[in-house]
Design a binder for this molecule. Structure first.
Ligand SMILES: [Ca+2]
Ligand SMILES: [Ca+2]
Length: 326
């Protein structure tokens, strides 16, 4: 009995330590890297504003980085970049808002020449251009000795930091992780902010991950291309192509259309005399409409943008649908 408990204990401890590994480098099983030519990408950056950082924040007499132009961030990833420098910031925007669809919603591209020379950046999103919300980042690289100028770090130790993958392979982000942030509408992301991580482990300059660990990445990088080099940001889900609404009940004889909705939608094959009930709830489960169907048109023009679940109850049968209010 005690042996069995001890074994279970060991397995639990083991699984906690194993759990700490994140997706591996490009080409390995489980990697989340997305190549620039993937059909997942439906759009790229339209506008970009950059605030350059220092060539070397520990020696500010070297001034600011100046490599690359803002235009190099627009359109598909091509290894042409803008260098952010130590702590530099880029804010990018798009022709259509990004939305939270199933899985990853956008990816950030850096121009690393290898799988282990990784310059990292925080990623934040905004639905008003003013208030930005950061993805919870993790760095499990050791913090005892500084990763040198062309030093190496391991992909599996990095999560939710841009620059995790080598050039032309995007690091993807899932807005689902930020859906509960008050003040952020993950169905209307207008801006993405990319902030260079100063990789110094010196507490005077150090940057930290979500867990309060110092992020150790190559430092210093005292040249005009120093810091994070932003190549591109690829969009996977936007208001034109939200994805994620294909889990509708296609087996059902009851159809709803359209599923991308400006004002309202129709319900097909509803027969008079049936006691049919409809309920519509938001993604948090809050019920917004719950009533017997009196007509086949449902007006949701007063709803906010975003996804909703529709359930139609007909006798013993429940049909479920997902819709997107534009
Ligand atoms: Ca998503
Ligand atoms: Ca580029």
């Amino acid at each position: 009995m005690y042996l069995k408990l001890a074994l279970i204990h060991l397995i639990i401890i083991n699984s906690i330590f194993c759990y700490s590994q994140f997706a591996p480098k490009v080409g390995e099983s489980g990697s989340t890297a997305i190549y620039k030519d993937s059909s997942l990408f439906i759009s790229w950056v339209k506008d970009c504003q950059v605030t350059r950082g220092f060539v070397d924040i520990s020696n500010i007499s070297l001034g600011y980085v100046d490599y690359g132009q803002v235009a190099d961030v627009k359109a598909k990833a091509d290894n042409l970049t803008v260098s952010l420098g130590d702590g530099g910031v880029a804010v990018v925007s798009f022709d259509k808002p990004i939305v939270n669809g199933n899985g990853y919603d956008f990816a950030v591209f850096e121009n690393s020449f290898s799988d282990s020379f990784l310059e990292l950046a925080y990623v934040e999103v905004s639905s008003d251009g003013l208030n930005f919300y950061r993805f919870n980042s993790t760095s499990q690289t050791q913090t005892n000795s500084q990763i040198a100028t062309f030093g190496e770090i391991e992909t599996i130790n990095i999560n939710n930091l841009a620059g995790k993958y080598r050039g032309l392979y995007g690091t993807p982000f899932d807005l689902e992780e930020l859906k509960d942030k008050a003040g952020l509408d993950v169905y209307n992301i207008s801006h993405i902010k990319i902030i260079d991580v100063v990789g110094s482990i010196n507490s005077q300059f150090a940057n930290y991950d979500y867990n309060g660990n110092i992020i150790n990445d190559p430092f210093p990088t005292p040249f005009p291309q120093g810091g994070f080099d932003l190549d591109a940001v690829g969009v996977i889900h936007n208001t034109d192509f939200p994805g994620a609404i294909n889990d509708n009940n296609i087996e059902s004889s009851i159809k709803i259309f359209p599923t991308l909705i400006s004002n309202g939608f129709y319900i097909e094959n509803i027969f008079e005399g049936n006691d049919i009930q409809i309920s519509i709830s938001d993604l948090r489960g809050k019920v917004l409409i719950n009533k017997y169907l009196a007509e086949s048109y449902i007006d949701i023009s007063c709803f906010k943008k975003g996804f909703y679940f529709v359930k139609i109850y007909s006798g013993e049968i429940t049909n479920s649908y997902k819709i997107l209010k534009l």
